[in-house]
Design a protein. Structure first.
Length: 701
């Protein structure tokens, strides 16, 4: 019985450890996938773990071995709902489908036996079946697979099992840590987190804090944390909004409250447009809503505090154009998330601008506010000049010194315990990441070459050819059985016919395609080849022989290259186009360059925060820098216009009053993100907050 238990266990374990390293929103329209992070040239390869069941393995880790049995029983009770396999206290009955398909495909895998060989094998099986120790599960297996082809399947698998763990009573145990591992293969891909959450909620009611690691667990952890963070953002956002309203009432500028419904409407319209264009709106794009509100308020504040100045809408239009120019260039990125975010921002700001303009024309009384008397030539001004100059210098140095971390690991949130166990699991599974390659159905002959090369080298590979020969060979084998079958059938006794009925019932018929034993390697018209190198030397030789193979880790590492290359040309083009808009507006190059200074002081403060406070700059931080670029240009235009009109004191005060209020609203809009736990939202909040403060300092010199 132990031999039978090891049969499919061994086969499946050759794939089990591939996943060891690896409902935010319930709305139908909100995207929860990770595919939007990746450009088209990488998306198919990176999302392979979502498509192929070979990657749908996860692991329940039990620290106390005595608790493993009760968890095993609980998992088996819900197995039909959630799992294809549960690897603990296994019985051959758990793998009937795989064994049945494997035995049924005997006709296409191997050529026909002679009548003498045929009879010898059947009689040997009948003798084994008559032994008292043979239980019902083994009898069923013998009746289904009289040629014991399952031994071949087991042997193939055991040769490729890359683990240092010990199999004991159907479990995997680590002798050093005494941990017990129960591998489970889910019936659904990792991105269906609602079903994973349903399972974990069920287990939590009977099993306190079950520890699950793997792709399904990772996806659930990410979305659960984003959901918690977004609830927190909503709470703090509402709190800060209430404080902002209180401040407006306190300073007796109550009419400014009319600005808020306008940006709420504009943000809602932007969300609708984004859904219409992209089909859905991603959760991270939606998180930009509070920031867009603060950014769009720039034009409303300036219109309210400068309502008596007809040129204010020219200033607003220049600010809008420079922002849109920069965001439009960045919308040309090959990264879907970046394109969607930029579209959302452009449409939201555009709608806000139009609505502010219309409301100011049709309801002018509601869009008027008295500016503050801002003291010019304050003793603090020289310190602001010194600080701003220092930040400018730091910004230009930081361009060459500070390098953001564009590693995709920033997207993956895992609790500390899960991080520790993932590293441990990767180490005990050999420490070498598996390599894979995708084949189209019409390119399966390549898998035969892979198998031949692997057999010559003695390397481990999982592919189509390891289980089935080429189509021409399958046809030849089947034909040999068909021609020989009349002679074979004549040799059958009544006892043999009755005992081997399950086998004879499927005579000369193939298993439904793809069969159960190939299910983990198939997705639609694609087939997966998995290489399981044990050493770095093996890995290097495999890559040399098959250059298209790669590990998920290597493919993910290409993401920073794609993003870095795009930023290399998009950043200077955005800056040049924004400067061009400034030149057209101010008609003087020096003024156009001065209007850019707030952006660089904002970057200077961000770099200073990184040096002094240790904040991290990641891919999402670059998106934050893009947003800082957008509103810093607005502040630069308004501050420059104000400086050109010092003789007109109300205009000067109006512009700067608007900047003060806009900076406060923008900072308050983004500050809740800095309180998030998920590193993506946390980095975004930090970048936007420090960028806003630095931009404000540069604009109010």
């Amino acid at each position: 019985m132990k031999l039978i238990q090891n049969l499919i266990q061994s086969y499946l374990f050759s794939i089990v450890f591939l996943c060891s390293a690896g409902n935010a929103f319930e709305s139908h329209w909100i995207d929860r996938s990770s595919g939007v992070f990746f450009p088209p040239q990488l998306k198919e390869l990176i999302t392979v773990n979502q498509n192929f069941p070979a990657f749908w393995w996860n692991f329940f880790v039990v620290e106390e071995p005595t608790n493993a049995a009760s968890l095993c029983q609980e998992l088996k009770q819900v197995s039909s709902l959630y799992f294809t396999r549960v690897e603990c206290e296994t019985d051959v009955a758990d793998y009937q489908e795989t064994v049945r398909d494997w035995a049924r495909d005997l006709w296409v895998r191997s050529p026909s036996l002679s009548p003498e060989q045929f009879q010898l094998q059947l009689n040997a099986v009948l003798t084994q079946a008559s032994l008292p120790s043979t239980n019902e599960s083994i009898l069923n297996l013998l009746r289904l697979d009289p040629f014991s082809t399952w031994k071949e399947l087991r042997l193939k698998a055991e040769q490729r099992m890359p683990t240092h763990l010990v199999r004991l009573h159907g479990y995997l145990r680590d002798p050093e840590s005494s941990r017990t591992v129960i591998p489970v293969q889910f019936k659904f891909p990792p991105n269906q987190t609602d079903r994973t959450a349903e399972l974990m909620n069920h287990l939590n009611r009977k099993w306190p804090d079950p520890i699950l690691i793997g792709p399904h667990s990772s996806n659930l952890s990410n979305e659960s944390q984003i959901k918690k963070d977004m609830n927190q953002v909503s709470f703090f956002g509402a709190l800060f909004l209430a404080l902002s309203i209180g401040l407006i009432i306190l300073v007796r500028r109550n009419r400014l409250l009319f600005l808020l419904p306008v940006v709420f409407i504009a943000t809602g319209l932007s969300s609708i447009c984004t859904i219409l264009v992209f089909g859905t709106i991603h959760g991270l794009t939606f998180a930009f809503g509070t920031g867009i509100i603060g950014l769009a308020l720039d034009y409303g504040f300036q219109a309210a505090f400068n309502s008596h100045q007809p040129r204010i809408w020219r200033s607003n239009l220049c600010g809008l154009m420079t922002t849109i120019v920069g965001l439009t260039v960045l919308m040309m990125s090959s990264i879907p998330l970046l394109r969607q975010m930029m579209f959302f921002a452009i449409v939201g700001i555009g709608f806000s601008f139009i609505l502010f303009f219309l409301f100011s024309k049709f309801f002018p009384a509601s869009f008027q506010a008295k500016p503050f008397r801002i003291q010019i030539g304050s003793p603090l001004k020289k310190w602001k000049i010194v600080l701003s100059t220092f930040l400018l210098g730091l910004s230009f140095c930081g361009i060459f010194i500070v390098k953001p971390d564009l590693n995709m690991s920033q997207f993956d949130f895992e609790p500390p315990l899960a991080q520790t166990l993932n590293r441990w699991m990767f180490s005990v599974s050999g420490g070498i990441a598996p390599l894979f390659e995708l084949h189209r159905t019409d390119a399966l002959d390549e898998t035969e070459r892979e198998k031949y090369w692997a057999d010559q080298k003695g390397y481990s590979v999982e592919n189509y050819a390891q289980y089935l020969p080429t189509l021409s060979k399958q046809f030849s084998n089947l034909k040999s059985w068909q021609s020989q079958w009349p002679d074979l059938e004549k040799t059958l006794t009544n006892t043999q016919r009755k005992f081997f009925e399950p086998f004879l019932k499927n005579k000369l018929s193939q298993a439904p395609f793809p069969p159960a034993y190939l299910y983990p390697l198939n997705h639609q018209d694609q087939w997966l080849t998995l290489w399981l190198p044990h050493t770095e030397k093996e890995e290097m030789e495999i890559k040399q022989a098959f250059p298209k193979t790669a590990s998920l880790r290597e493919i993910v590492s290409k993401f920073p290259e794609v993003l870095g290359h795009e930023l290399l040309w998009m950043a200077p083009i955005s800056l040049l186009l924004a400067t061009l808009v400034h030149v057209i507006y101010f008609r003087k190059l020096t003024l156009a360059l001065i209007a850019l200074l707030p952006f660089f002081t904002g970057m200077g403060l961000l770099y200073l925060a990184k040096l002094c406070l240790g904040i991290e700059l990641s891919f999402i931080s670059m998106i934050g820098v893009i947003m800082v670029f957008g509103f810093s240009l607005d502040y630069g235009v308004f501050a420059t216009d104000a400086s050109l009109a010092r003789a007109d004191r109300p205009l000067f005060n109006g512009y700067f009053t608007g900047i003060y209020f806009a900076a406060f609203a923008t900072g308050v809009g983004f500050l809740p993100l800095a309180f998030c736990t998920h590193q993506i939202l946390h980095h975004l909040g930090q970048t936007l907050f420090f960028g806003t403060v630095g931009t404000f300092l540069g604009a109010t010199i």
